[in-house]
Design a protein around this ligand. Structure first.
Ligand SMILES: Cc1cc2nc3c(=O)[nH]c(=O)nc-3n(C[C@H](O)[C@H](O)[C@H](O)COP(=O)(O)O)c2cc1C
Length: 247
């Protein structure tokens, strides 16, 4: 099998990293590959912040502790931690240079364009890092306190933090978490509203056994339901508006 495809099919998030140093050149190669990703009209409406300062790592970690008091330790321990930011500040500078006013921030389109561009970058970083033997995990939990992130990282108006990404050489083997079968996800010519229903029971049973074997008493549907039973991120609307976005 082609090595890129093999790597992608056999990937899994890594949450425990060895202390092995990641060379600057390695990170630079990963980031060069990352920014060659497609972006909306080549806008490149993003920035990536390499978080080296221990206090800032601690701030990000503290956002993930919740009520249990135990947070995502890999935020502090990973050799590399990147913060991915949606960035229309740069677009605004371009508009000023051209003596025109920016309007994209006045609509949902900004969130769609920016979040898609950052999402593509995240995957590219992951694939590039894995090609060089590193492991990674995306960290959306940093969005639990976007206000503090904006302050701590001096994020200007028209920018918004989207996700973190921890990177380093893995200290554990990869655990592959299987996805729904392609038939439940890929349709031909029109949306198939029965496809998911056909597969959900078998997938759920399989995942329940997998989660049990990993020490978690849950199933996929239970896990999803626990995440989506309440509105998420409503408090972010004000922060989003304060950053100059108007939805
Ligand atoms: C947008 C996004 C946010 C995520 N946030 C977190 C996070 O905060 N903490 C974490 O441990 N994993 C996080 N993950 C990783 C997912 O939990 C993981 O990709 C998923 O469970 C599938 O497992 P796999 O990557 O090992 O295949 C995130 C992934 C994505 C794409």
């Amino acid at each position: 099998m082609n090595s890129t495809i093999n790597q992608m099919i056999n990937r899994g998030s890594i949450r425990k990293f060895s202390t092995k140093h990641v060379e600057n050149e390695t990170l630079e190669t990963i980031l060069k590959a990352t920014v060659q990703s497609p972006s909306y009209a080549n806008t490149q409406a993003y920035s990536i912040i390499v978080v080296e300062d221990e206090k800032k790592r601690e701030l990000l970690y503290n956002m993930t502790t919740g009520t249990s008091g135990k947070g995502m330790t890999f935020i502090q321990k990973a050799p590399i931690f990147l913060l991915f930011v949606m960035d229309f500040n740069k677009v605004n500078k371009v508009m000023k240079k051209e003596n025109l006013d920016m309007h994209i921030h006045e609509s949902m389109e900004a969130l769609l364009v920016g979040a898609v561009d950052v999402g593509i970058l995240l995957e590219a970083t992951t694939v590039a890092a894995e090609a060089l033997g590193l492991g990674s995990v995306v960290v959306g939990a940093v969005r639990r306190d976007t206000k503090s992130i904006i302050e701590a990282f001096n994020l200007p108006k028209y920018t918004y933090p989207i996700c973190g990404l921890a990177l380093g050489y893995p200290d554990t083997g990869i655990k592959i978490t299987p996805r729904l079968p392609l038939d439940a996800t890929v349709y031909h010519d029109s949306y198939d509203d029965n496809a998911f229903d056909k597969h959900i029971e078998v997938y759920n049973k399989y995942m329940e056994e997998l989660y049990n074997s990993r020490g978690a008493d849950t199933s996929w549907t239970k896990l999803m339901a626990s995440y989506f039973q309440k509105p998420i991120g409503k408090e972010q609307i004000d922060t989003y508006k304060n950053q100059g976005f108007d939805i």
